[in-house]
Write a protein that binds this ligand. Sequence first.
Ligand code: BES
Ligand code: MN
Ligand code: MN
Length: 456
Amino acid sequence: MPRDRIFSFTQDHMQAFTQELIQFLSIPSVSTLSEHTGDVLNAAQWVLDQLKRCGMSGKLYPTQRHPVVLARSPEVSGAPVLLIYGHYDVQPPDPLEEWQTPPFSPDIRQGFIYARGATDDKGQLFTYIKAIESVLEVSGKLPINIIVLVEGEEEIGSPNLERFLIEHREELRADAVAISDGAQLAHQIPAITYGLRGLCYLQIDIRGPRFDLHSGGFGGIVHNPAQVLSNILQRLKNPDDTVAIPGFYDEVIGLEQWEREEMADSPLDVEALKNYLGVSEFTGEPGYSLVERSSARPTLDINGIWGGFSGEGAKTIIPAKAGAKVSMRLVPNQTPQKIEALFTRYVKGLCPPGVSIEFSGLHHAEPVVVNRNTPSMLAAEKAIEAGFGQRPRFKREGGSIPVVNLFRKHLNQENILLLGWGSPDDGPHSPNERFNLEDFARGIRSAAALFYEMSK
Ligand code: BES
Ligand code: MN
Ligand code: MN
């Protein structure tokens, strides 16, 4: 690999690359909000234009909601194929008043670029595009075949990607998949992620009387939906913070001793994490470390609750309805379908007669653990060592990327490289999300090195 020349090319062009990233981050491609549909399309088009400028051929594929970008490099016959996946959509930026500078007016402060999508996932995705460009500029050709697949619906659970993968199965055949949509282990300690949690995200809607009632006139005889809801929510977890749904842990594969030892060896600064989060104590399943609880054990969280009066002052009512959003993070071999069935059966049993309860599924993603002992993993390890100047560690992540298991299921793809270029305190989904420009550069270098390592 003409590594030194490529690395010095990227170093010389970081300013230009950063300016382009600013353009990308200025597009408010919020996939969940319909008022941003046009912006989401613009982001897709922007990505496609970037890829075309690198000599790739491709197009936008419309789906029921937001388009998929699919492009491929000119064929290098006999060379391996790398499929790169990322997402160009972002989470909503609210609460807006918490941002120091507006979420879609990227701002650079002390070596970080601040914007919604900076680390999740525009900045990380963009490293691959700039790596392709750098390799082409320096050596005139790529050492491998590259397919780039970028979706605009990851943050809404990739509802249309499964069908896309099935329909484009042949075109997506590859020796490995690379995804950079996560974080390093700690500052200056790069990592390869070998596990992601799955997700089962449900909404509960409870209805009682036809309309809000006077709590004096009817209190004492009518079921109160807000009360029913809180009774239910209260029973989702045990006092020791384990999940109380019967059968919830039945399919969980326990951690092996080597894995626990490796996790215990993770450099986690507990006090620094408390400070960063603004909490004085942690909680969670007894018998497991913080690293285990936040990445390799299943859990349940109430994401939001509503019902009744919450405005200024007092209003004496029995609300007609109440609701909550509840998500469960899953680990192998739990499946979102089975967990949903266990959840709804249990919760229905907690709901008194005369009150109606309805469930709607918001997200489903399967948990995964991938094989660490493959030639492509080794290639990724070497590439990261070249790009970061340090050998990566292995880790599991608590977040979910729905497509990962779909790659296995529909493309028979077992070589999935989860290479998070972000830092643990980038704040994805939070106000003041950011991406370290050094990580941006290290990601570009590692991506370029990966192309060469894969070609060996
Ligand atoms: N990039 C994240 C997933 C992630 C987070 C991976 C942290 C590794 C570490 C992704 O964009 C995301 O937010 N996923 C959602 C999935 C959901 C919308 C179906 C998640 O995990 O909540
Ligand atoms: Mn992401
Ligand atoms: Mn995300």
